[in-house]
Design a protein around this ligand. Sequence first.
Ligand code: C5P
Length: 239
Amino acid sequence: MSTLNKNPRIIVALDFPSAAPALDLVSEFDPKLCRLKVGKEMFTRLGPAFVEKLAGKGFDVFLDLKFHDIPNTVAAACAAVADLGVWMVNLHASGGTRMMEAARERLETLSHRPLLIAVTILTSLGERDIAEIGFHGAPADNVIRLAKLAEDAGVDGIVCSPLEAVEVRPLIDQDFLLITPGVRPASASLDDQKRVMTPLDALNNGADMLVIGRPITGADDPLKSLQAIQDEIAAYSWS
Ligand code: C5P
């Protein structure tokens, strides 16, 4: 973990309905400039072959499937993800300690071991939403509680908003990864994101890597947009 190279710190979220526009975009990028995230939509439409194609081009791929099931099933699914040559995989911390430990233990037996990341509380959920499903208190308090549970289960980090990263960072190990979506360059549209930070602020507030989609994928010149963000965080990233 401590030897992990956090650069490049930008993970581009490939949220496209088909392979062609995603592959066109990726053909402009270099694995030294960014990593790639594939989520449920693209994986469900295009399957493992698409993921293997991206990995085959030399990109680190974060397969964002957010597993949540019985420990044996999640452990087996994580092993299947590892076989695709994926760099990072995730599960829900609310699946519990035994589920997270089972996934971690299974991955530890493999020669290629993807990083294992836990989702704490989805940023789409407010206090009333989480109360409905039996969580008490503010979302941020639950994020902290689940972050600690994930750390104790030996996973490598969590996904959280940059605003939560500020609160979580002092309470967990420095090597525990904080992966943050909800990042917007100052000049970009917010799209449907509400609680956002600029890339540099997110890093200064404790994030290790940034998931950024539409400010790059929807730009007239995606490579230029990616490079502009890299320039913005360069002083932080390579120091
Ligand atoms: O386009 P945008 O930068 O908003 O994309 C952010 C990506 O991060 C999307 O793939 C979205 O599903 C994901 N994400 C998020 N908020 C979370 C978890 C994941 O925006 N809490």
